[in-house]
Design a protein around this ligand. Sequence first.
Ligand code: GDP
Ligand code: MN
Length: 361
Amino acid sequence: MKLLEYEAKEIFSKYGIPVPKGVLIRAPEEVTAHLPRIGDAVVLKAQVDVGGRGKAGGVLMAEDATAVETARELFSREIKGVPVRSILVEERLAIAHEYYVSIAVDRSSRQPVVLFADAGGVEIENAAMADESAVRRVVVSPLLRDIPPFLMRELLGGAPKELAPTINSLYHAFQEKDAMLAEINPLVTTPQGVYAADAKLIIDDNALARQGIAVNRDLSEREREAEKHGFSYVELDGSIGVIGNGAGLTMSTLDLIEYYRGQAANFLDVGGGADQERVMHAVRLVASMPGVNVIVVNLLGGITRCDEVARGIIAAGVAPTVIVRMAGTNEEEGRQLLAEHGYRMLESMDAAVRAAMEVAA
Ligand code: GDP
Ligand code: MN
């Protein structure tokens, strides 16, 4: 989950990273009350989940006399199509130099990798593309609490040593918050010291519960239903419903539908050991999606018994055509039950998907 700048800055600040004085506002008039504390020269920053806000008109400078008007202007804008609902008002820093620092998980070495560039700010991509050596890179053992001094020296090169504590604090935040990315661009030097002028933090979705972060997403009624039954469920745009057991088998089914130029309506993994009851709920759930006129049920019988699955499908008794591909435990009983109730059970996943394509067309 990607946090907004002000949320990331709150967290960074707890780790000792200096951030500019600021406040979050949701209406232009709110800015006035905060200016005495923040200062006369401010920066207004749209809190939208898009990159490159500066270039897209999402970062505006203002003075005390123009702050309300500028805030009103920013609230009226869309930044790359995203409406501005809140603005971070910050003291304007007297920036001497902009650096770039980020920490991410390096997939190949499976360790944190720290990137640093002397030329940060909005032009970093261009600079990095023009000159790869402009970005320095070190890999840090995840067993270490701190970035070791020799790696920090390599990272900074000729950049001021006063940046080191902030980069090390960023590393602590990255580790403890289960981050996938922690970035400060620009990390700036000013006459008052070092500051994180911007902040980006992406937390691993698998760690949200451990981090005590509520996923602030409004679930649809079907998504709530899926959560209740413990299904892994994602809604897509197509018309072919999909039910599988195991994420791999379910994804393969989606892949095959895509291969035949079809469009899946959803991903639903019933999980291991699904009984009649669970299968029935899964089939009813997918059948309730608007526009779904066919459902592919692709299951491997193991602990899950094919006859139980068949009973679940029959008990669901839904309108969309249900096409089944099952193999494994009690396959024969399952096939018989389905046949008796007029359901088609096909030998291969390929045949099942092609049959579903015909119904969907
Ligand atoms: P982004 O475009 O979404 O990455 O937004 P940033 O927060 O990085 O802001 C974009 C640019 O605005 C920065 O690279 C700075 O050059 C500039 N900027 C941001 N805050 C300040 C500030 O306090 N003072 C000054 N002088 N410039 C700022
Ligand atoms: Mn930035």
